[in-house]
Design a binder for this molecule. Structure first.
Ligand SMILES: N[C@@H](CCC(=O)N[C@@H](CS)C(=O)NCC(=O)O)C(=O)O
Length: 185
């Protein structure tokens, strides 16, 4: 049982002070469990996996765990800044606000997007999930980022070049946890 509390960090009058007290960098998400306050998604997701019941989402095998951590890092370091901010926000969101996309940023993001999808397809290979037979945090980390990325027509085309990613995406979108955590429009 949990409460999901939306915070508008883009509010016109600035980030709410109560939120800044919880996240000094002013980002989302933040997490609270009893007397534990946490920010940084990597820390939150690993804690949730370890502190609550349910299937383990981190492999115990050292090599598979290293692979999961590598994919999480790729998601944070390349997929999120370039596919979500560099392409989704620039090409899909900005125009709806009457703003012009930053051409240099888009161009750079395009290059990183291609590498990112090639790399993810290669790491996925013929496996069911990113790190093998079992769903891990790597799949769940990528899921919301890929959902945004696939709103961008050119990324949809790039993604469709990888048959294994398309099949993986069908499995991800069929997860109850994915369907139940769709953001409000
Ligand atoms: N390293 C942080 C990054 C958090 C982050 O960038 N969150 C995004 C939303 S998912 C955000 O708050 N963006 C607003 C901004 O950059 O102003 C984490 O892993 O939690």
């Amino acid at each position: 049982m949990y409460d999901l509390v939306p915070v508008d960090i883009f509010a016109t009058d600035g980030i709410p002070a109560s939120h800044l007290a919880r996240h000094p960098f002013g980002k989302i998400p933040v997490f609270q469990h009893g007397d534990l306050d946490l920010y940084q998604t990597g820390a939150i997701t690993r804690y949730v996996d370890e502190a609550f019941d349910g299937p383990a989402l981190q492999p115990t095998d050292t090599k598979a765990r290293a692979r999961m951590n590598q994919i999480i890092s790729i998601a944070d370091g390349y997929v999120y800044p370039h596919l979500v901010w560099g392409l989704y926000v620039e090409c899909m969101e900005k125009p709806t606000r009457g703003e012009v996309p930053d051409a240099d940023r888009v161009e750079k993001a395009r290059g990183v997007a291609r590498i990112s999808l090639d790399v993810l397809a290669s790491l996925l290979s013929a496996q069911r999930w990113m790190c093998g037979d079992r769903l891990t945090l790597a799949d769940l980390y990528l899921a919301p980022m890929i959902a945004y990325a696939l709103e961008v027509p050119e990324l949809r085309e790039m993604f469709a070049e990888h048959r294994n990613l398309v099949d993986w995406w069908k499995r991800v979108t069929a997860l109850d946890s994915f369907r139940e955590t769709q953001p409000a429009p």
